[in-house]
Design a protein around this ligand. Structure first.
Ligand SMILES: C[S@@+](CC[C@H](N)C(=O)[O-])C[C@H]1O[C@@H](n2cnc3c(N)ncnc32)[C@H](O)[C@@H]1O
Length: 215
């Protein structure tokens, strides 16, 4: 992705990428590793799902098509317009046009509920590294005590941040940031892979992390 004066903290940054066709992360279909994960015994069978930084919502729709009640969040108009269309065709998918850092489980205008499942793919890694703890705090607020966070964190790498977004993160940093708040229950190695529209390997998803709140 290019360097711009805007930072990924603002929707305008993402809007430009969508407008200029630089949305290379967008496969135009659900993430193959997610479809694979749906068949895994550790995939929760029921529950409502929060998809923060949902983009055009291919993955959010995949959850909805399997019967989960889904809230998909994005703060950029191009992504939100696509989410709204999905919402019109899937009665169990709600599209929310807001900054995910403003989500509030007690305020109906800012979502107003907690979730059994939070699904993150490219959300956490899209966030500026300086806001990583804030992102974890948002998850903790929005996740039910018995809930599960499903993290497709990528790139998982020792390289410091990379060019970003997506900003890389090491396993050690993830574990340190989660320490005392989220317990790692399982790490799953996905089978399926895909290339993005720039021909890059999307097997950046080396592991799917399943985490629960430390109570
Ligand atoms: C790299 S894209 C990933 C989209 C999606 N998860 C996917 O895999 O297709 C990042 C998306 O996160 C959205 N985003 C970034 N920061 C956000 C924030 N603070 N609140 C809501 N959406 C955000 C952007 O608008 C963009 O659509």
């Amino acid at each position: 992705m290019t360097n711009m004066a805007l930072t990924p903290n603002v929707p305008q940054y993402w809007e430009l990428l969508y407008e200029e066709g630089m949305d290379e992360w967008d496969l135009g279909e659900a993430t193959p590793a997610l479809l694979d994960f749906f068949e895994h015994p550790s995939c929760p069978k029921i529950g409502n799902v929060l998809v923060p930084a949902a983009g055009r919502g291919w993955d959010a729709e995949a959850w909805a098509k399997r019967g989960y009640d889904v809230v998909a969040v994005d703060f950029c108009s191009s992504a939100f317009d696509a989410l709204e269309k999905l919402s019109e065709n899937n009665s169990n998918l709600i599209a929310l046009n807001t900054d995910m850092f403003l989500l509030n489980s007690h305020d109906k205008k800012a979502c107003g509920m907690q979730f059994d499942i939070i699904y993150d793919y490219f959300g956490f890694n899209s966030v500026h590294p300086g806001r990583r703890d804030e992102c974890i705090e948002m998850w903790l607020k929005m996740l039910k005590d018995c809930g599960i966070l499903i993290g497709f964190f990528c790139p998982l790498s020792d390289e410091k941040y990379g060019e970003g977004p997506p900003y890389s993160i090491s396993r050690e940093e993830l574990e340190a940031r989660f320490g005392g708040m989220l317990e790692i229950k399982e790490k799953i190695v996905p089978k399926k892979s895909a290339t993005d529209r720039a021909g890059r390997d999307r097997t950046g998803i080396e592991e799917i992390w399943l985490l629960r709140k430390t109570l």
